[in-house]
Design a protein around this ligand. Structure first.
Ligand code: NA7
Length: 536
C-alpha cells in the first residue's frame, strides 16, 4: 500500500452532496480538498440509475442547489419532473461552472478508511491499492446507492441478460421483441413498467407488495412558469426551507375530518389532478392519523380499480397492506394504465414467491414457470447504511463501523458517529435525508459541516467527535419522531431496513421534519457544538 498524497479533507462521492461539499471545503474554507469517486463521472445516483423512465419525484425547479443565485437564474429545467439525463447534465454543468473536476479523482473506489489517533489522520484506501491521508473525512455516498439484488438460486445460470435498475448499463438495453420479467414494484419499478412495456415484446411484472402511486402529471414547463420561478426564486427557496419535506409547496393545515365526505372527495380529486407529492400535502394529518390515512388510501384504491380494466389484476394492484405514504410514495406516468396493455401481465409473488431463476426464466414456489429473455431487478437498495458499511471504516482503537452499528445505526444528528473523530456522514441515518427533497437536506449538511470544521480550526483545535451520550439521546429522538407517525407501520419498508435479509430493524431517517432539524442543528452549533467533544 502506497500513501500517494496528503490532503486536508477527503470527500467520498461526487453526487449532489459531494460536489457541494467540495465547493464549501475548497473554495470557502481554502482547504486542500479532494473527492474520490468510483464512477467515471459526476452525478452519484443519477450516474448509475439510467433505467427506463428514471425520473426524480421532486419538482425540477426545487431539485437543484440554492446556494448560488446566478446558478439558479442561469439553469432552466425543461419538465415538471427532471429525467435522469437532464439531472446529469445539470450536475455536469455545476461541476464545470465551479471548476470542481480538477479536484475529483474518478474511477477511484474507496474500500477502507482507518483513523490513526496518534497522527490524527484518516488513512483512506482505494480499490486500486493506493492510500490517501487526510484530517477531515466526509462521506457523500448517497442513501440509495448500494444495489440490492435478491439472492435467488440459479441466477448465475440464467441464459438471458439481467440488470439491476441502479447499475444500469450506460449504453442502455434493447428490449425490442424480448420477453422481459421485472421484479419489484417500488418507486423505480413503477417508473420503468410503462416504458419497458412500450418497447418489449412481453412484460411480466412480479409483484410482492402492491403499492400506492399518484399520477405525476409530468409535462414540459411553460415559458410563463419558467419566468415565474426566476422572478420568485427567493420566495420559493424561503418556502422550501420552511416546509418539513423541503418541497416548494406548503402542507395544508386542515385535517381530513375537518371537512365533510363530499368536500374531502373534492379535495382528493383536486390533489389527484394536480399530481405528484402535492397529493400528500392536501391534509396535514395523513401521516399521523390512521383513520385520516384510510380515507386517502381508499380514494387511491378506487382510482386503481377505475383505471385497470381486468378486475382480477385491479384487485391485486389495489390489495395494499400499508398506510399511504408510510412507504416512500411513488409517483408515476401511466403505471396502472400499463396493465391494460395486451403485452403486460401481473404475477402475485406474495402468494407464490419466486423460488429460483432457471436457465430459461423464473420459477415460482408452486412450480409455475415464466420464459424470459431479460430480467430487470427493480429490487431497491441496501438503503442508508449499505453504502457506508460496504467500506471498511474503522475509528478509534480499530472500532469497525459495522460493529458500532451491529444493532442498527446510531449517530448524532446523522452527521457523526461516536468513536469516529473528524468523520462526517452527509445525509446519514438519523438525519431527514430521504424524507426530504434531497438537495435541501444536502446543502444544510454541507454548510453545517464546513462551519463546524472552520470553528474547530479557528480555535486551534484538531478534532471534533460526537459524544456517546449525545448520540444515544439523538437516537431516542429519531425513534420518537418516527413513532409519532404512521411510517413504522409499513413493516417491510427500506426506511426500516426490512428489505435486506438480516439487517437490523431500525427506523433510519429522522422524521421530525427538515425545518425543525435545521433549527436544532443551528442551536447545537450556536451552543459551541453541544454534544460534540472538541479536542486539541
Ligand atoms: P424499493 O422501494 O425498495 O422497491 C423494491 C421492490 O422490489 C419492492 O416492490 C420489493 O417488494 C421488491 N422486491 C425486493 N426483493 C424482492 C424479491 N426477492 N422478490 C420479489 N420482490 C422483491 O426500491 P426502489 O428502487 O423502487 O426505490 C428506492 C428509492 O429509490 C425510491 O424510494 C426513490 O427514492 C428512489 P417488497 O415491497 O419488499 O415486498
Amino acid at each position: 500500500m502506497q500513501v500517494v498524497r496528503e490532503r486536508d479533507a477527503l470527500v467520498i462521492g461526487a453526487g449532489f452532496s459531494g460536489l457541494y461539499m467540495l465547493l464549501c471545503l475548497r473554495d470557502r474554507l481554502g482547504l486542500d480538498a479532494e473527492v474520490l469517486e468510483m464512477a467515471g463521472g459526476v452525478g452519484g445516483t443519477w450516474y448509475w440509475n439510467r433505467y427506463p423512465g428514471a425520473r426524480c419525484d421532486s419538482e425540477s425547479y426545487s431539485y437543484c442547489y440554492g446556494f448560488s443565485p446566478e446558478l439558479l437564474a442561469q439553469w432552466e429545467w425543461s419538465e415538471r419532473y427532471p429525467g435522469q439525463a437532464e439531472i446529469l447534465r445539470y450536475l455536469d454543468h455545476v461541476a464545470d461552472r465551479f471548476d470542481l473536476r480538477r479536484s475529483i479523482s474518478f474511477d477511484t473506489k474507496v474500500v477502507a478508511a482507518e483513523y490513526d489517533a496518534a497522527a490524527n489522520k484518516w488513512l483512506v484506501r482505494t480499490a486500486g491499492g493506493d492510500a490517501v491521508r487526510c484530517t477531515w473525512l466526509i462521506t457523500a455516498v448517497g442513501c440509495l446507492s448500494s444495489a440490492n439484488v435478491p439472492d435467488l438460486p440459479g441466477l448465475e445460470g440464467f441464459a438471458g441478460q439481467w440488470f439491476h435498475t441502479g447499475l444500469w448499463p450506460q449504453e442502455g438495453v434493447d428490449f425490442s421483441g424480448k420477453r422481459v420479467g421485472q421484479i419489484g414494484t417500488g418507486s423505480t419499478g413503477i417508473q420503468s413498467v410503462p416504458v419497458i412495456a412500450e418497447q418489449a415484446g412481453h412484460l411480466t411484472v412480479f409483484q410482492r407488495t402492491a403499492n400506492f402511486s399518484i399520477p405525476a402529471r409530468n409535462a414540459p414547463l411553460t415559458p410563463a412558469f419558467k419566468q415565474h420561478v426566476k422572478d420568485h426564486a427567493g420566495a420559493i427557496r424561503a418556502l422550501m426551507v420552511s416546509t418539513p419535506n423541503g418541497h416548494p409547496f406548503a402542507i395544508n393545515p386542515r385535517r381530513v375530518f375537518d371537512v365533510d365526505a363530499a368536500e374531502r372527495e373534492r379535495i382528493f380529486e383536486e390533489g389527484w389532478a394536480r399530481g405528484g407529492l402535492q397529493f400528500r400535502a392536501a391534509f396535514h394529518d395523513l401521516l399521523v392519523d390512521q383513520a385520516a390515512n384510510d380515507e386517502a388510501a381508499s380514494f387511491i384504491k378506487r382510482k386503481i380499480r377505475a383505471v385497470v380494466a381486468d378486475p382480477a389484476t385491479a384487485a391485486l394492484l389495489a390489495d395494499i397492506d400499508h398506510p399511504f405514504a408510510a412507504k416512500r410514495p411513488p409517483i408515476d406516468s401511466d403505471y396502472f394504465e400499463a396493465f391494460n396493455r395486451d403485452n403486460v401481465r401481473l404475477v402475485d409473488v406474495r402468494a407464490d414467491p419466486i423460488a429460483a431463476v432457471t436457465p430459461g426464466g423464473v420459477r415460482l414456489a408452486s412450480g409455475r414457470e415464466f420464459a424470459l429473455d431479460i430480467i430487470v431487478f427493480a429490487t431497491g437498495f441496501d438503503a442508508m447504511t449499505g453504502p457506508l458499511l460496504r467500506m471498511d471504516i474503522r475509528g478509534r482503537d480499530g472500532l469497525a463501523l459495522k460493529d458500532a452499528w451491529a444493532a442498527g445505526p446510531e449517530t448524532y444528528l446523522g452527521l457523526q458517529v461516536a468513536g469516529f473523530p473528524n468523520l462526517f456522514t452527509m445525509t446519514g441515518p438519523g438525519s431527514p435525508s430521504v424524507l426530504c427533497n434531497m438537495p435541501v437536506a444536502i446543502e444544510q449538511h454541507a454548510e453545517w459541516i464546513a462551519d463546524c470544521i472552520a470553528h474547530v480550526r479557528a480555535r486551534g483545535l484538531r478534532t471534533v467527535e460526537a459524544t456517546v451520550e449525545a448520540a444515544e439521546a439523538w437516537g431516542r429522538q429519531v425513534a420518537a419522531a418516527a413513532a409519532a407517525t404512521l411510517l413504522p407501520k409499513a413493516t417491510h419498508s427500506w426506511y426500516l431496513g426490512a428489505n435486506v435479509p438480516g439487517k437490523p430493524r431500525v427506523f433510519m431517517p429522522y422524521a421530525g421534519g427538515m425545518a425543525r432539524y435545521r433549527e436544532h442543528c443551528a442551536e447545537v452549533a450556536a451552543a459551541g457544538y453541544d454534544g460534540f467533544a472538541l479536542g486539541g
